[in-house]
Design a protein around this ligand. Structure first.
Ligand code: C2E
Ligand code: MG
Ligand code: MG
Ligand code: MG
Length: 290
């Protein structure tokens, strides 16, 4: 019923739902070139509170402005970057670029910024020092930075990974289990890892409107999160019915095309300003329109 491929029966065709293979223009050398030429950029997708409908923060999603191929999505180059040992360099650029943008526009707010990290790309503990230094230098408290991890059940060295994650958590960073409920994420990860948030995989969320099973799964994950003292985020909210459903079952945060697409930094800042005007402090989830 819920497979782990990237197409779901009820989701509209979207920028993430086609061409799962690396783009022909992508090679390790071209990634190095792209890194050197500053071709990797971030788009930011809004996250809101389900109950209040107000902005909570953003998730940073990497894009590659390829000189010949145009704007490439992570599915076209991430696997190649990982295999070629370039993911650490890429992550470093992403984190510093994202934090500079975030600090410039939102330093004095309490909004959050989430980054994605592949758990199996932690090689040494220098990442902790680098992200801690980066957040200090732009004056953003680690508590406002969420590190989203996927595939935590598949890492080659679980002990080192746990050690690094624990130290990140001790330093104040928030940790989120991404794509919870599919693939290599499992209940045991919740006990094993010092996470603060569960992110329900969008396969369940995009199908919820037409699937009672998906609704039951979302309700159960939300309940599990509450019992474990973890915040639950739903990604892939594509319509107003689903947002109301999430609010009803007590899911804390929501993200998806219905709320806002991943957008360039400038548009993301405008999006927050618009929300402030349209919500007027007493907004509700139903007052939001994509
Ligand atoms: P993810 O972290 O689970 O991110 C959510 C993906 O779902 C994003 O795709 C987003 O554009 C898409 N999405 C958001 N709302 C909706 C919706 O309502 N419907 C549908 N159908 N899709 C929605 P994107 O940007 O292509 O990223 C794909 C994956 O690539 C991410 O999945 C994440 O695992 C990885 N990724 C993205 N940026 C980074 C990064 O900076 N570093 C690393 N290591 N991985 C990244
Ligand atoms: Mg994510
Ligand atoms: Mg996901
Ligand atoms: Mg993912």
């Amino acid at each position: 019923l819920f497979d782990t491929s990237d197409t779901s029966a009820h989701a509209k065709p979207s920028d993430t739902d086609y061409e799962p293979k690396a783009h022909p223009a992508v090679s390790p050398d071209s990634i190095v070139q792209g890194l050197n030429d500053g071709q990797f950029t971030l788009h930011y997708q809004p996250v809101i509170s389900c109950a209040a409908g107000t902005p909570v923060g953003f998730e940073a999603l990497v894009r590659w402005s390829h000189p010949q191929a145009g704007l490439l999505l992570p599915q076209h180059f991430l696997a190649v970057a990982e295999t070629a040992g370039l993911i650490d360099r890429l992550s470093e650029i992403i984190v510093s670029q994202g934090l500079m943008w975030f600090s410039r526009h939102f330093r004095e707010t309490d909004l959050l910024l989430a980054f994605n990290l592949s758990a199996h790309s932690f090689h040494g503990d220098s990442f902790i020092d680098r992200i801690a230094a980066a957040s200090r230098s732009v004056d953003i408290a680690p508590e406002r930075i969420v590190l989203e991890l996927s595939d935590t059940g598949r890492v080659s060295d679980p002990t080192t990974t746990l050690n690094i994650l624990t130290r990140l958590r001790v330093n104040g960073f928030q940790l989120s289990i991404d794509d919870f409920g599919i693939g290599y994420s499992s209940m045991s990860e919740l006990l094993r890892l010092p996470c603060t948030t569960i992110k329900i995989d969008r396969k369940f969320v995009t199908t919820a409107k037409h699937s009672e099973e998906a609704q039951k799964i979302i309700t159960s994950i939300t309940d599990l999160g509450r019992r474990l003292g973890l915040r639950v985020t739903a990604e892939g909210v594509e319509d107003d019915w689903t947002l109301s459903f999430l609010a009803t079952v007590g899911c804390a945060y929501a993200q998806g095309y219905f709320i806002g697409r991943p957008m360039e930094g400038k548009s993301a800042v405008e999006w927050v300003n618009q929300q402030e005007h349209s919500n007027g402090g007493s907004g509700s989830a139903s007052s939001l329109r994509a």
